[in-house]
Design a binder for this molecule. Sequence first.
Ligand code: NAD
Length: 437
Amino acid sequence: MQISVIGLGYLGAVHAASMAKLGHDVVGVDVDADRVDALAAGKAPFFEPGLDELLTEVTGTGRLTVSTDLADVAAAQVHFVCVGTPQRTDGQAADLTAVDAAFSDLVEHLAHGAVVVGKSTVPVGTAQRLADQMAAARPDALLAWNPEFLREGFAVQDTLRPDRLVYGVADGAAGERATAALDGVYAALLADGVPRIVADYPTAELVKVAANSFLATKISFINAMAELCEAAGGDVARLADAIGYDARIGRRFLNAGLGFGGGCLPKDIRAFRARAEELGAGDAVAFLGEVDAINTRRRARMVDLAVEVLGGMVESAEVTVLGAAFKPDSDDVRDSPALDVAARLAELGAVVTVHDPQAIDNARAKQPHLHYERDLEAALAGADALLVLTEWEQYRELDPERAGTLVAQRTVLDGRNALSRSAWTAAGWQYRALGRR
Ligand code: NAD
């Protein structure tokens, strides 16, 4: 099929490349010329495992082209809108400027009977509003909402083998036509047995924010238990193992630590609350305010712990922070807990050196005053305290004996409960972690 993808960020670039991999002819459009130039050269404009290889493969076939000119999408039968929906600068709600701009520009370029598919995460009610606007300008065109559940770090595999496909469509014949178009796009995935749920617009929009709210709540739940463990002298890692054996609870997403960040969970739960308030249903998701507060408290607690192990003498202390990305296997530093803690310690006067295998350039752009070191051993050299704040594999595998020969003080704060406490203490380190004695 002829497909367009509008917005080539963490979601759109992977979607465009994956749709080309499925055999479609894809044109990707972004307003960011640097992103487009990188993609035109077959290079990922950000770090995502497997994306470079996929781009090389699909650009070689000629099935993926990219452009900054929206007019180039005119031949497409199906258009995926993947632009950003960040938090508004003046409040908690989602900023829909990019979505509204993309839709109003796109309407000018639609072929007869084209299907426009929203993938961005939007407040419930957005799809119906956009469908009404489109119907007024282009009654022949159709709108569907197809929320995306990919995880950064696993984005390629999540797109090519998703857990499920969700379509939000209009009632009646228009909805059936939109469903048929999406079935055509995803034919290979459906043939592979990927479950497909067809719903109305509000349900499809709510599925996405409900899923993210549930995941955020699960993380904050175990972090709340970590607070209790800290108060009562318990061990949250043991507690998580024990409750996780209950299949109704499950062990995944029960790792206590520095909490969630990134370009999705924090802004999505805030936007959900804001939208629920507008709908007069704010009480139903008021608990998400507490989920957010628990999450934010973990960052403050990590800073306090660092101050404590430095004996209160933060001024000029050498602190090494391992990790700047909001999660491993990504270079995304949007609302990164690790970078937030690093910046707060620098504000308190510490000399903070940050290492990350992929996110240094993005981190430097956000927090230029911190020191960055690309070599791990050089980053460890002379540290009075070592903070492991993003659980990259190479940090999990650090040899505490070797690391101990590089630092000034064998003090490690394990912000992700990712290290072996026994191995680090056996190597003479003072080991501290959130929610553990
Ligand atoms: P992003 O900021 O990485 O990418 C957005 C892209 O859209 C940017 O490259 C930007 O230049 C481009 N853009 C903005 N306005 C445009 C316009 N008018 N025309 C063309 N391009 C335009 O954001 P992202 O992480 O890819 O997220 C995009 C959406 O997908 C958001 O709604 C997000 O919540 C949702 N989402 C993201 C993920 C994820 O893991 N990143 C997962 C699921 C859903």
